[in-house]
Design a protein around this ligand. Structure first.
Ligand SMILES: *Cc1c(COP(=O)(O)O)cnc(C)c1O
Length: 379
């Protein structure tokens, strides 16, 4: 590969590749600290719900200004337990955005309840509160706003609607740890907030991991029981529970990374600012940050009418990009039979056709971002 690069460089002057995401860069920089902490877990050998998990729960609760945090297996399980803690099941409806990762909706189905898909606001890719209001029925038990790409949904309006109808709000904060709405961190704005530590998220573990945050002592107690075989007291199983606990090794690794999250999110913001300065706003729609919202740019998402050609062009010039997501939920085969999937979703369909995610990992160098701008501009 080195050889090829050299000859190419001679011919074309400069071919600088920019990967969409280089997870190795983050983890290699922290390898020593990660190995030390994993070694500590091995020496302790308290692998399940040990001291690292307890400490991480306290630290994440503090970070989210929440009273309680409950470590679980994944962001998906966080959503599932949050729904279960509200006793959501057959006959119940849960409102979810049509444009999100599938895991926002599947836990609803897993519990036998019905996801009700609702279109997004075109500028922010988050739940349209007006459409939420219209989708509410006597069966609606919860709303799951997704803070997509790192930007909070319009929580003031969603919470107002939910409270007036006595409906619970579960925030899907999988992509947005560290973002804020009116100065308050997401996660504990509603009844429960679900966090994912999937390796590519803003705070990523070395495998699957997740957490639920809440200000309710009652829900926290229920979540702790549900994640651990339905036992509030060891070997006394009061309800049907799951085995979905946060792994101690993952908790230890996450504790190495959590102190860096603010710095990483700030770096994402400064890359976003560089894109905003450098990219041609006339040919592309650049991301809009909602008033009162703090955006942590899990993704930097531009829109183009010629998205596929733009992506192919970027690829040819060595720039890694991604499309999150190419297919709205109502077009997913697993969800196509939902009654709400027959509705019209003009904004989510348009987003799926037009969006392109550019590299924005905190490890990206200024040089790499400059190169991305150069290539996108020359399209
Ligand atoms: C990643 C993600 C999830 C699921 O989290 P996992 O930890 O991968 O299970 C749920 N919702 C959204 C919006 C996500 O991005």
């Amino acid at each position: 590969m080195k050889k090829e690069k050299n000859t190419k460089q001679k011919k074309t002057g400069k071919i600088q590749k920019v990967p969409f995401l280089n997870l190795r860069a983050q983890n290699q920089a922290l390898e020593k600290d990660l190995l030390i902490t994993i070694q500590q877990v091995i020496r302790n050998s308290r692998f399940i719900l040990g001291p690292e998990t307890k400490a991480l729960e306290q630290e994440v609760a503090l970070f989210c200004q929440a009273k309680h945090a409950i470590g679980v297996n994944s962001g998906t399980d966080a959503l599932m337990l949050a729904l279960k803690a509200l006793n959501i099941g057959p006959g119940d409806e849960v409102i979810v955005p049509d444009y999100t990762f599938i895991a926002t909706a599947t836990p609803v189905l897993m519990l036998g309840a019905t996801p009700v898909l609702v279109d997004i606001e075109p500028e922010t890719f988050t739940l349209d509160p007006e459409l939420v209001l219209r989708a509410i029925t006597s069966k609606t038990k919860a709303i799951i706003p997704v803070h997509l790409y790192g930007q909070p949904a319009d929580m003031s309006r969603i919470l107002k609607i939910a409270r007036s109808k006595k409906i619970a709000v579960i925030e899907d904060a999988a992509q947005s740890l560290g973002s804020a709405w009116q100065g308050r961190p997401v996660g504990a704005l509603g009844d429960m907030g679900c966090i994912s530590f999937f390796p590519t998220k803003n705070l990523g573990a070395l495998g699957d991991a997740g957490m639920v945050v809440t200000n309710s002592a009652r829900l926290a107690k229920r979540l702790r029981s549900l994640r651990d075989h339905g036992a509030e007291v060891k070997y006394c199983h009061t309800e049907l529970g799951y085995n979905t606990r946060l792994d101690e090794i993952q908790a230890a690794a996450l504790r190495v990374k959590l102190p860096l999250l603010k710095h990483w999110n700030d770096r994402r913001k400064s890359i976003a600012a560089a894109y905003a300065r450098g990219l041609p706003g006339s040919a592309l729609e650049l991301p809009l940050v909602r008033k009162h919202a703090e955006h942590v740019y899990h993704q930097y998402v531009v829109r183009s009418k010629k998205r596929d050609a733009l992506q192919a062009y970027a690829t040819r010039h060595g720039i890694g990009t991604a499309v999150h997501y190419p297919r709205p939920l109502h077009q997913q085969p697993v969800l196509a039979k939902l009654p709400s999937a027959r509705k019209k979703f003009p904004h989510s369909e348009k987003a799926a056709k037009e969006i392109l995610c550019l590299p924005i990992a905190p490890e990206c160098t200024d040089q790499e971002i400059k190169r991305v701008i150069e290539v996108i501009k020359s399209f």
